[in-house]
Design a protein around this ligand. Structure first.
Ligand SMILES: [Zn+2]
Length: 295
């Protein structure tokens, strides 16, 4: 396999050249198996989706913009917190199966930057695959501004995503509500909010946040009677060809980021050493002092 290129990317001529070193490629042999299928691997994921699809229509948030459709249905939601590579991989595999969901992208995460060259084409790639691109917003960004600017700044982020994806942003979702508390935008914007009561109270919300199923979520997915209206929240980073521990997943994310920054530092030092201004400056200093510096 070509290093740094996902297998699914090598075979798709229409996919932009995106070469993330995805942390999810790190595979741990350790897993906490509670039952045959309570694992976070591809086989389990497709098994879950096949079970849901057997009775429910799988929809994007934008599909319910104009009202709640007849039951049963499941809104498929993906929060992209860490890895554009993991998101694109899942998006391609879903599209091959005729499945389309809503991918919520951050514009100001510390693990990826939607405007950096390596992932600037992700929003458009997701759109071309038939997925919806929504805004995943970090309230800590909003909190650095006066409250009267929060809606304007949310629209600004949504517009950036619209320009990148080529499609209107219809839906938004708060990043890390468990850590950041109340959603200050609930009911305040023109967008569908994934945490509005319509999507969390009027329907059952099942999520794999922190690579964990809460309450009776797993039992419901595995063998229970699925609720007629469902929001299924899946983080692409949690899933891969083999199940990994939480620690393995996050160690992989950090290893990828550390590697990228190390490569960038070495490239910068290489270019600085050959910069015309630096060479001239050092030569002038050497003439004055008779000492060669920065050798
Ligand atoms: Zn998030």
């Amino acid at each position: 396999m070509q290093p740094g290129v996902l297998p699914s990317q090598q075979s798709r001529a229409t996919t932009p050249t995106i070469t993330w070193r995805a942390g999810f490629q790190v595979i741990s042999r350790v897993s906490c198996v509670k039952s045959m299928r309570d694992q976070f691997d591809d086989a389990t994921y497709w098994w879950i989706l096949d079970r849901v699809r057997a009775t429910h229509r799988v929809l994007r948030f934008s599909d319910v913009r104009d009202g709640t459709p007849p039951s049963p249905f499941a809104i498929l939601r993906h929060d992209v917190d860490y890895s554009p590579g993991a998101a694109l991989r899942m998006a391609e595999l879903e599209a091959e199966r005729g499945i389309h969901g809503t991918y919520f992208l951050l514009l100001n995460g510390i693990y990826y930057n939607a405007l950096e060259p390596s992932c600037a084409h992700l929003p458009a790639a997701l759109s071309r695959l038939g997925h919806e691109v929504g805004l995943h917003y970090d309230v800590n960004f909003l909190y650095t501004f006066p409250e009267e600017r929060w809606v304007e700044l949310t629209r600004l982020q949504a517009r950036v995503l619209e320009h990148l994806s080529g499609a209107p942003v219809v839906s938004i979702a708060m990043h890390q509500p468990a850590l950041n508390g109340r959603d200050p935008l609930r009911g305040r914007t023109e967008y569908l909010n994934a945490y509005d009561e319509r999507f969390t109270v009027d329907m059952r919300y099942l999520s794999d946040s922190a690579r964990a199923w809460r309450d009776d979520a797993w039992t419901l997915l595995e063998s229970g009677s699925l609720p007629p209206r469902l929001q299924l929240g899946i983080h692409p980073i949690n899933w891969g060809p083999a199940s990994r521990t939480r620690r393995a997943i996050f160690d992989g994310i950090h290893a990828t980021k550390t590697h990228d920054i190390t490569v960038a530092r070495e490239a910068l030092n290489h270019h600085i050493d050959r910069h015309g201004g630096v060479i001239e400056h050092e030569a002038a200093l050497a003439r004055l002092t008779g000492v060669t510096r920065n050798a």
